[in-house]
Design a protein around this ligand. Structure first.
Ligand SMILES: C[S@@+](CC[C@H](N)C(=O)[O-])C[C@H]1O[C@@H](n2cnc3c(N)ncnc32)[C@H](O)[C@@H]1O
Length: 286
């Protein structure tokens, strides 16, 4: 039998490859990255470049570090579970940072003007974030429930409600698992959310949850080939007039697709610097 002689360098390389292969379980690679990211300060997560540098500082070769970064990218690209976790982690990070500049903490203007003439009732805030809209509505006499996956945002919402001397209900839930109920809400609003608003089953659940005469309100960026955003991928929601079509079971009260300043400016540099297309819809259950 041929003997294999390894130089100490080759042996070290082999050992480090074995160590990498052993630790390269995708979920473990993910968890390690998440733990490192969580430990870094600031309103946003550090770039993958910083993580690559960190991995190499820990002794991985450039190729091994690249392999891990590519694996993390693939997990978020291919698996909704990891994509959702990454999104919630980054929203939690943002909401717990008082110095954030990504979104205005003022209530949404379309929502504020739309409720002016309404008698306060029960409102549901879909993906409420840090509660800028829920708290505002509560100060106007509405009984507001909001849900989101990002608990840090809802913590800020409850604190701000307390400071304003009002109560709101917060529920940690996702679009699919929140219990919407039947004929329960006078107003359900979707402000800057990627909830599946053109999914027929989802629309049906939300319509069933509205009281007769109840309203659905939407205000969100309209993304299109001509109006993309960082990390954007076209969805059915981004097709012209997708919303009025999907919600045709309701009576359309108002719809516009117009340029304006977004509440969420969607980049990390400065805010309100350029106008974006925004869709706004108000529709009533007859
Ligand atoms: C752009 S923020 C908007 C927050 C708030 N509506 C506002 O206008 O300030 C989007 C929110 O959607 C939440 N979100 C993302 N995926 C979600 C899901 N599957 N279910 C519930 N909330 C989700 C995020 O945690 C985040 O708070």
């Amino acid at each position: 039998m041929r003997k294999i002689h390894l130089s100490s360098f080759a042996a070290a390389l082999l050992l480090s490859c074995v160590a990498f292969a052993q630790s390269a379980d995708p979920d473990q690679v993910w968890r390690e990255a998440v733990e490192w990211m969580k430990a870094q300060p600031g309103p946003q997560f550090p770039s993958m470049e910083s993580y690559r540098a960190e991995l190499m500082k820990k002794g991985l070769t450039e190729a091994q570090a690249n392999e891990r970064i590519a694996l993390i990218g693939k997990l978020t690209q291919d698996d909704p579970k990891y994509r959702q976790e990454a999104s919630t982690l980054s929203f939690n990070r943002l909401y717990s940072s008082p110095s954030q500049t990504r979104f205005t903490t003022e209530p949404n203007a379309f929502l504020a003007s739309s409720i002016k003439e309404l008698k306060p009732g029960k409102a549901l805030d879909i993906a409420m974030g840090q509660g800028r809209n829920a708290v505002y509505l509560a100060t106007k006499g509405w009984d507001v429930t909001g849900y989101d996956l990002a608990e840090e945002g809802m913590k800020v919402a409850r604190e701000n409600a307390g400071k304003a001397g009002v109560k709101i209900t917060t529920v940690q839930a996702g679009f699919a698992d929140f219990d919407y109920g039947k004929e329960r809400w006078d107003l359900i609003y979707f402000v800057y959310t990627d909830a599946p608003m053109v999914d027929a089953k989802f629309v049906e659940r939300v319509v069933a949850a509205l009281k007769p005469g109840g309203l659905v309100l939407v205000d969100r960026p309209y993304r299109s080939i001509a109006n993309p955003e960082p990390g954007w991928r076209e969805t059915d929601q981004d097709k012209p007039n997708a919303l009025p079509k999907a919600w045709s079971a309701l009576q359309l009260v108002f719809y516009e697709d117009a340029a304006g300043y977004a509440d969420w400016q969607q980049t990390s540099a400065g805010r309100l610097e350029e106008k974006r297309r925004i869709v706004r819809m108000l529709a009533r259950k007859m």
